[in-house]
Design a protein around this ligand. Structure first.
Ligand SMILES: CC(C)(COP(=O)(O)OP(=O)(O)OC[C@H]1O[C@@H](n2cnc3c(N)ncnc32)[C@H](O)[C@@H]1OP(=O)(O)O)[C@@H](O)C(=O)NCCC(=O)NCCS
Length: 241
């Protein structure tokens, strides 16, 4: 790495540290054109990013894995090891003579071809307070509701409602985290928008009391600081905003 590279890397590190954000600092962890907006406290260190545009909410973390077609990961999400999000189930043609890309790409092909194969880009959207277990896989276009849980090694092919617990291949709802009436109340109180000073006072481990408190708080949206990350010409540009 040259001296300019070293200076940029040090200033990028300082910027991320000032907002308690962890992101990969090497270009190998990012696809060709990636744009991220990442709120403070988010930690995605051993993750490779291939999304075109992705917003990551405050204090969400992902231990390791790959992010493909995803446009939003909400606040306070916990994503375990080796999770893959936004996988294309038809990334190769399934009804052509072959599924191999030699039929429609110049790379690694023994033939001249003018055929084009492109499957539709459909982003995954992950709500707030979502827990995704180890080695889960989320297929493209799936919407995961607030407060949902995805079990370890599950493959999610359909939308997941708020506060549902889904497991298996394909993932199915086994239960909800709370009763219907509690979920209805929680849907009125997006607590992940609150400033830390209000959050601090909540009874986290008593859902009825927490809901009672949430019904009385004065709702003000916390504007978290953000880092804007752009990958351009194989360079990573970090900017505070
Ligand atoms: C989804 C999860 C939270 C459910 O936990 P739980 O509420 O205690 O549920 P239970 O263990 O009572 O399981 C309920 C049923 O679902 C099944 N089940 C649970 N997790 C499953 C999974 N990941 N895949 C398939 N089936 C699963 C259980 O076998 C049980 O089936 P049964 O009713 O036929 O006996 C948990 O199993 C899980 O996968 N957690 C993620 C763990 C992880 O990834 N940790 C590392 C990162 S922190």
């Amino acid at each position: 790495m040259n001296i300019v590279g070293l200076i940029n890397r040090a200033s990028n590190q300082r910027l991320l540290k000032s907002l308690s954000i962890k992101l990969p600092l090497t270009k190998e962890s990012y696809g060709k054109t990636v744009e991220l907006r990442v709120e403070e406290g988010a930690r995605f260190n051993r993750v490779s990013f291939h999304s075109k545009k992705l917003e990551i909410g405050a204090y969400s973390y992902m231990h390791s894995g790959e992010i493909y077609m995803v446009s939003k990961i909400g606040r306070y999400c916990s994503i375990a090891e080796r999770v893959i999000i936004g996988v294309d189930p038809v990334g190769h043609p399934v009804d052509w003579l072959s599924t191999h890309p030699f039929q429609y790409t110049k790379k690694h092909s023994p033939i001249e071809t003018s055929l084009v194969y492109k499957s539709k880009w459909e982003d995954v959207e992950i709500g707030n307070d979502v827990w995704i277990g180890q080695e889960a896989m989320i297929m493209k276009g799936v919407k995961i509701g607030n407060g949902a849980i995805v079990g370890a090694r599950s493959i999610v092919t359909e939308n997941v409602p708020d506060y549902a617990v889904v497991v298996g291949i394909p993932a199915k709802i086994i239960k909800y985290r709370f009763s219907e009436s509690v979920i209805e109340k929680l849907q009125q109180y997006p607590w992940w928008c609150l400033p830390a000073s209000t959050l601090q006072k909540l009874f986290f481990n008593d859902i009825e009391k927490a809901i009672e408190q949430l019904s009385k708080v004065s709702w003000s949206e916390e504007a978290f600081s953000k880092v804007h990350v752009k990958i351009k010409n194989k360079k990573i540009l970090f900017k505070g905003d």
